[in-house]
Each structure stands twice: as structure tokens, then as C-alpha cells.
Design a protein around this ligand. Structure first.
Ligand code: UDP
Length: 326
């Protein structure tokens, strides 16, 4: 069985769907603080899914999962991921993300489970020193969220050296899109991400563009938008890599290309078929001008090649918004 923490969340739920479609037995462990019961209900349609509501901050709850289930490997998504919130409330981030992960890893060691795939982030690199960013780029996070993810990466290195726990850390760039059948997608409350915020915009809730005076081709920030189903596939390849005896490793997950906020906005308007109300606002604190992944390492070692483009991601995100009004 594969244990997926945070499997009721955005990226986790897409992995769970892909695993179930492959016939895997999956256990989702999620507190439902940010994930959604509705997502779990939908996922049950795809295969053999067991759901356990629990919090990683409680060691007994996660130990209990290992005690009564035969778990072979773990994919660890559970965690808080809002940069701005992490700056004003670092305590919440260190306690949940780092302490929660320590409990998970300790339960794994106790029950002899030695393979984990972990959701890391491009935010561990901090301000880019060159672009595109490869895995040799220095890791200097500039906010508590990025710090928690980097700390966990380091803990995983030490646990490998001391206890032989093998990890694959996947450093996501900008996850985007929804499932191809529009049944699961991006659902954050409050929503802070670009594509859903553009698609949700209306007269009373204009889209706020954070800065148009960056040193880029059109003045807006450039990001590497990677489709969420492509991301899910990378986790499956990472599990295969570990199952074949692969060593601890880390990979960037992105597309090697970037799109500006204005470009994303233009595609959204075209797909929606209407003018979207927009407001130019000051820059958002901590946003680098350009973030693009070099994904060569994941291509070579995991044999992972992203297949879906930004247009497709926005189309699926739009379908998901239309059919899932929340
Ligand atoms: N952005 C924006 N308006 C929004 C949300 C995001 O202009 O309502 C911009 C943001 O400043 C950044 C880009 O869109 O340049 C991507 O932001 P997002 O929060 O989606 O992802 P991040 O790159 O922060 O992980």
C-alpha cells in the first residue's frame, strides 16, 4: 500500500487519482484542514482508496496508520504552503511542516518503511542567481515556508545517512490546471494563485495583477507553469525509481519555459471568451521577476517529460471552475 499524506489537497489528489487508475491500493492521511472531504468522495470512484482523517502533529495518529496497514512507501504532501502567511506566522509553519514531518519519518523508521517522495518547492532556491534554475543552484530560501521545506530536505539527507531512509524530493515550480475529466482541481480557501484568481474574476472581484514594472519583456512576472497531471506522473516515476533501489535524490519539476502574468491573463480571456476585469496593483512582497526550471535531471534520471502545455492547463482549470462552484 502507498500512503499519501495530504492526499485531499490540490497536487496530492491528482497523484491519488493517477495511482488508483493504475490499480494501486492507496491510503490517504489528511487533516482536512485545507483538503476537502468532497475531493476524497470523488477519488473513491477511481479505485481502492482508504481515507484516514488525522494530523501529523499527533504522533499516535500517524503511528496508528502504520500499525494496522502494510505500507510500502510514502508520498508526503501534507503541509502549509502560503508564503505570505509563513512570514507573519512562522510558528505555525515550523510546527506543522517540520514537526509533522519528523513524526511521519519517525513512524516510518519504527515500522521499517524506507521510501518517501516529498513535495519540495522552487522556493527552496530563493532569489534566482541564474535562469533556468537547475538542481545545483544554491538553496537560500527567503521566507519561512521555503525554510521549512529546505529543513525537511536536510533532515531526509541525515536520515538516509544514519538510517538508510531513501527520499526523492520533488521541487515544484508553478502547479497548474485540473484533472482531464474536470472532477478534481485547485481549491484553496482563500485562493492566492494566479490562474484560479483570473478565472474567478468578475465585476465585484476584479483580478489583481501584482506589478507591471518588472524587468521582463512585458513588465510582469514570469513563471514556469507545470500541469498538475504531469506533476502527478513525476511522483509515480519517483516511486518506481525508489522501488528499483534508487538512491536519495532531488529533481526540479517544471517545463524549461516561462510565461508572463500578462500572457496567462490573455489565454484566460480567450478561453473564457470574455473580458476579465483587471486592476493593476503594487508588486507582491517576495516575488522574483523570473522563475524557470531546468528539468534536464528529471528527464534523464526519472525519464519524466511533461506533456501538457499552459493552454491545456488553463482549459482544464476553467472546466473545473465551471462545474465545481465553491
Ligand atoms: N499573481 C497576480 N495576481 C494574483 C495571484 C498571483 O498577479 O491574484 C502573480 C504573482 O505576483 C506571481 C504570479 O502571478 O508573479 C504567480 O503567482 P502564484 O501565487 O500563482 O504562484 P507563485 O509563483 O507565488 O508560487
Amino acid at each position: 500500500m502507498i500512503l499519501v499524506t495530504g492526499g485531499a489537497g490540490y497536487i496530492g489528489s491528482h497523484l491519488v487519482k493517477a495511482l488508483l487508475e493504475k490499480g494501486e491500493n492507496v491510503i490517504v492521511f489528511d487533516s482536512l484542514e485545507l483538503g476537502h472531504q468532497e475531493t476524497i468522495n470523488v477519488l473513491k470512484d477511481y479505485g481502492n482508496l482508504k481515507f484516514i482523517k488525522g494530523n501529523l502533529k499527533n504522533l499516535d495518529e500517524i503511528r496508528g496508520v502504520f500499525l494496522v496497514n502494510k505500507i510500502n512507501s510514502v508520498v508526503h504532501f501534507a503541509g502549509y504552503s502560503q508564503v505570505a502567511e509563513s512570514v507573519v506566522n512562522p510558528q505555525k509553519y515550523y510546527y506543522n511542516n517540520v514537526y509533522g514531518t519528523l513524526n511521519l519519518l519517525n513512524a516510518m523508521l519504527e515500522f521499517g518503511v524506507k521510501k518517501i517522495v516529498f513535495s519540495s518547492t522552487a522556493a527552496t532556491y530563493g532569489e534566482p542567481q541564474y535562469s533556468p534554475i537547475d538542481e545545483n543552484h544554491p538553496q537560500n530560501p527567503i521566507n519561512p515556508y521555503g525554510n521549512t521545506k529546505l529543513m525537511i530536505e536536510k533532515i531526509m539527507d541525515d536520515y538516509d545517512k544514519a538510517y538508510g531512509l531513501k527520499s526523492v524530493r520533488l521541487r515544484y515550480f508553478n502547479a497548474s490546471g485540473a484533472s482531464s475529466d474536470s472532477r478534481i482541481g485547485e481549491w484553496h480557501e482563500p485562493e492566492t494563485h494566479l490562474i484560479p484568481n483570473i478565472l474567478k474574476a468578475e465585476k465585484e472581484r476584479t483580478f489583481k495583477m501584482f506589478g507591471n514594472d518588472y524587468d521582463t519583456k512585458d513588465g510582469t512576472c514570469i513563471r514556469d507553469y507545470i500541469n498538475v497531471e504531469d506533476l502527478a506522473e513525476a511522483h509515480i516515476k519517483a516511486l518506481e525509481y525508489l522501488n528499483l533501489g534508487g538512491e536519495t535524490n532531488y529533481f526540479n519539476l517544471g517545463t524549461n519555459t516561462g510565461n508572463s502574468v500578462k500572457e496567462v491573463f490573455t489565454i484566460c480571456e480567450r478561453i473564457k471568451g470574455e473580458n476579465i476585469p483587471i486592476e493593476i496593483c503594487p508588486r507582491r512582497a517576495g516575488d522574483p521577476a523570473v522563475l524557470i526550471a531546468d528539468n534536464t535531471k528529471a528527464n534523464k534520471i526519472l525519464h519524466w517529460i511533461p506533456e501538457k502545455d499552459l493552454e491545456y492547463s488553463i482549459k482544464t482549470a476553467y472546466e473545473y471552475e465551471k462545474f465545481n462552484l465553491h
